[in-house]
Design a protein around this ligand. Structure first.
Ligand code: CTP
Length: 474
């Protein structure tokens, strides 16, 4: 055994080994755990055990080796069982031959050999197994040359790819996900099969598709994955809005940049500075409303007026369709899309205190992420332009720190609340309350009054007076 030996040095593998000895069954660890041992990607928390026999009975035998005995969950129809041990999910499956009906993911299952089980897996690199029987413990069982493909960095299916993908169309996404995540190449026959069969992804639930999409987005250089999604046709099914960004139109000899490739470049740039999935989603969506706002104006050229505002309004619809969470993560993306031009405008103009104050107020704690997105958005080939922008961003960053220290505007709430306004003037909730509050907020952000309670209270009194209000209490 090689340097991966320690990955098999776990109680769970010893327990499986003993159970295999007792039951006289062939048992092994198979799939992603084996692949990751060779990639030295660390201990995976999901362990798949295959046994030539009943997976459910075998899971119970293995579980009985531990004290206390973990609860075994099992799924009779699939012949699978699982329990958790030391925070790891241990799954058991009886080796099977499997085939799927064309219109459904529900498999028809018969007992099979270990090789039957291996060949119905998605890729050769995921079809390797380590024998866990005592006499042959740790021997690699690799009938489809997964090891060679791992060394050559190739994604290949053990069977004819048309069969593998029709068994489970999600595997087309997985092929691209692994290629993007591991920086592997998809073997040409396999790639062509994806291009032929891409439409079958339509029968897979959006949640599973988007889990894979998120892994592509989280890879080191996500643009590679997106180019493959585009080339094979999969992107048309998942994310048509992104494809709308493609292409360059020219009028009077003036073209605009191709916003699809620009978006991918921004995504790669963000991936270079942040692991935050939602910031990466913000990069993907930052220009999403450009097609809807595009106009050619004589004398000015191409404009995409208010694409930031309109884009932020598109986020919820896209999230809903993609079954992404409709919670504060989505709100974060909406905010990033809405504000993505602001630091650029600041960097272009002279950086005034009030503009910085306003940005701090609106971006709150997300201002650092916003700066990362804006820096990533500079994809011009003109190096002088890029240098100027980045230098100006440095000025903006310095100002942000300076003004934050002085005014503490991150997560700031105006010192006078709507409730106080209503109590002071004895008025019910109304538009006027909001208007007075807005005047106070604006005055502080513009630096017309200091950011403190006394000044804000005084301004409230003055504003009330203007509207004919009188004080009933303090
Ligand atoms: N598998 C498959 N077809 C799928 C999903 C999974 O053949 N659509 C097989 C592969 O052998 C895979 C194993 O089941 O290695 C476990 O799948 P899963 O836990 O989803 O993925 P991993 O390969 O372990 O990789 P990761 O943890 O990165 O998702």
């Amino acid at each position: 055994m090689g340097k991966y030996e320690h990955y098999l040095n776990h109680q769970i593998f010893r327990a499986v080994s003993e159970a295999a000895c007792e039951t006289q069954l062939m048992a092994c660890v198979v799939g992603g755990y084996v692949r990751d041992c060779f990639l030295d990607r660390g201990d995976k928390n999901d362990i798949d055990i295959a046994v030539v026999g009943s997976g459910i009975d075998f899971a119970h035998t293995v579980a009985s080796k531990f004290s206390p005995v973990p609860e075994v969950q099992f799924f009779k129809n699939f012949g699978t069982a699982m329990f958790t041990h030391n925070n790891r999910k241990i799954e058991f499956v009886g080796a099977r031959k499997e085939s799927y009906r064309n219109d459904s993911r529900k498999p028809l299952v018969e007992d099979g050999t270990l090789e039957d089980d291996q060949k119905r897996r998605d890729f050769t690199i995921n079809a390797m197994a380590f024998d866990l029987r005592k006499s042959t413990f740790g021997e690699l069982i690799d009938p489809f040359e997964g090891m060679k493909d791992l060394e050559d960095k190739i994604i290949r299916t053990p069977l004819d790819p048309d069969i593998t993908f029709s068994d489970d169309p999600l595997r087309m996404m997985r092929a691209i996900r692994f290629a993007s995540q591991l920086d592997f190449t998809i073997e040409p026959a396999c790639y062509e099969a994806i291009s032929r069969n891409f439409a079958r992804l339509g029968i897979v639930s959006m949640e599973r598709v988007v889990d894979e999409l998120n892994l592509i987005i989280l890879s080191k250089k996500p643009s590679g994955g997106f180019r493959m999604l585009d080339e094979t046709g999969l992107l048309t099914l998942i994310f048509p809005e992104l494809l709308e960004l493609k292409g360059v139109e020219t009028i009077d000899g003036k073209g605009h940049k191709d916003n699809f490739y620009h978006t991918l470049a921004v995504l790669d740039n963000v991936a270079g500075t942040s692991d935050n999935l939602w910031l990466r989603w913000s990069a993907l969506l930052h220009d999403i409303a450009k097609p809807a706002t595009k106009k050619f104006i004589q004398g000015t050229g191409w404009t995409f007026h208010a694409h930031d505002f309109k884009g932020s309004k598109m986020v919820a619809k896209i999230f809903r369709r993609l079954k992404l969470p409709l919670n504060e993560k989505m709100k974060f993306v909406e905010k990033m899309v809405l504000l993505h031009l602001r630091p650029i405008v600041l960097a272009e103009d002279s950086v005034t205190d009030s503009a910085v104050r306003r940005l701090l107020y609106e971006a709150g704690d997300d201002v650092d992420d916003l700066m990362l997105l804006c820096e990533a958005d500079i994809t011009s080939k003109n190096q002088v332009k890029v240098k100027n922008f980045l230098e100006n961003f440095e000025v903006v960053r310095r100002k942000l720190v300076e003004i934050e220290e002085k005014d503490k505007l991150r997560n700031w709430k105006p010192p006078v609340t709507g409730d106080l306004i209503m109590r002071t003037f004895g008025i019910p909730p109304s538009r006027l309350v909001g208007e007075i509050k807005e005047v106070i907020t604006e005055a502080i952000l513009e630096g017309q009054i200091p950011n403190d309670y006394e000044a804000a209270f005084q301004l409230m009194l003055d504003e009330g007076k203007k509207h004919g209000l009188t004080t009933v209490s303090k």
